[in-house]
Design a protein around this ligand. Structure first.
Ligand code: MN
Ligand code: MN
Length: 316
């Protein structure tokens, strides 16, 4: 039975430019709300970009994604799937960062997601930079390492930057593997391209059995073939989906800090998510949307559209 409370406000009832902007016009259900115990998938903003090594801005991502997501309707045009009728989805608000203290922010996020996990809520987060993924994984990978399907133009498998043990948006997945949060044999990274410092990231991938699909291979083989392999690698055990918007070509998605040319178009960006069908997602995120360098909000709109496609996989 469909729970009316958890249905998004339709544009047939209230125009989509009106009202308070929540993710996909879902109800706002913070902790302590009378219906908080009934949420199954929680949409969460992570307004933090303290892991950014170059151009900052994704701290403003959640607001822009919320605003753009008011254009989302209830039914997937391609598949006919209606995710809000399959799972109770709600906007949980933001996990609050400490913008001047990275380690404190990581600890706050981890505590937040561990609490969600304990309540049985699966998160779909909106970043924030890609370092936000690490504390999410620390919070939810409680039942053993997760599989990972990762769309990005970068591997984010680099060792510490600037000496010491500095965490950045360039190394969340290396740390997640080293901490036992992810099973490297059930990891696939798709869309990798651009100039690199060296091979230190791909050497780590090889040594640990992480599958990397460069953009040349994705285009040569085609999306359905590569994604069939992704479904095989990730399997049906619990997995995480992480989507860095810089996977998409910057002609389509310019609003991001580390763009790389030669990427997928908007249709292909959506298609790869639909091809994740059948995966058991313990959580997912959309990261690196940077409104200060966006044009006409187009990157935020694509990011919000991709969040809907991800939600369709999560709710199936
Ligand atoms: Mn990334
Ligand atoms: Mn990237």
């Amino acid at each position: 039975m469909v729970d009316k409370f958890f249905q998004p406000i339709s544009g047939m009832e209230l125009p989509r430019f009106a009202g308070i902007a929540t993710f996909m016009r879902l109800p706002y259900v913070p902790e302590g709300h009378p219906r908080a115990g009934d949420v199954q998938i929680g949409l969460v903003g992570l307004p933090w970009d303290g892991g950014t090594t170059n151009r900052p801005g994704p701290r403003h991502g959640p607001r822009a994604l919320r605003d753009a997501s008011t254009m989302i309707r209830a039914q997937n045009g391609a598949t006919g799937f209606r995710p809000f009728e399959k799972a109770n989805c709600a906007d949980l608000g933001d996990a609050g960062p400490n913008p001047v203290d990275g380690p404190d922010t990581l600890a706050r996020f981890e505590t937040y997601f561990a609490a969600l996990h304990a309540r049985g809520i699966r998160p779909l987060s909106a970043g924030g930079d890609h370092l936000c993924t690490l504390p999410v994984l620390r919070g939810i990978a409680k039942g053993g390492p997760l599989g990972l399907v990762h769309f990005d133009s970068h591997t984010d498998l680099y060792p510490a930057y600037f000496g010491g043990k500095t965490l950045t948006h360039g190394n969340p997945f290396r740390n997640a593997v080293e901490e036992g949060l992810l099973d490297p044999k059930r990891m696939i990274q798709i869309g990798i391209r651009g100039t690199t410092y060296d091979n230190i990231d791909t050497d780590f991938a090889k040594a640990n059995g992480i599958r990397i699909v460069r953009i040349e291979e994705l285009f040569a083989r085609g999306i359905p073939d590569v994604m069939a392999e992704a479904r095989e690698i990730v399997g049906t055990a619990p997995a995480y989906l992480s989507y860095d918007i810089d996977f998409v070509d910057p002609a389509v998605a310019p609003g991001t800090g580390t763009p790389e040319w030669g990427g997928p178009n908007a249709f292909q960006a959506i298609e790869v998510v639909r091809e994740c069908r059948g995966m058991t997602l313990a959580g997912a995120d959309m990261v690196e949307v940077s409104p200060p360098v966006d044009i006409n909000g187009q990157t935020a709109w694509l990011g919000a559209s991709l969040m809907f496609e991800i939600l369709c996989v999560m709710a199936a």
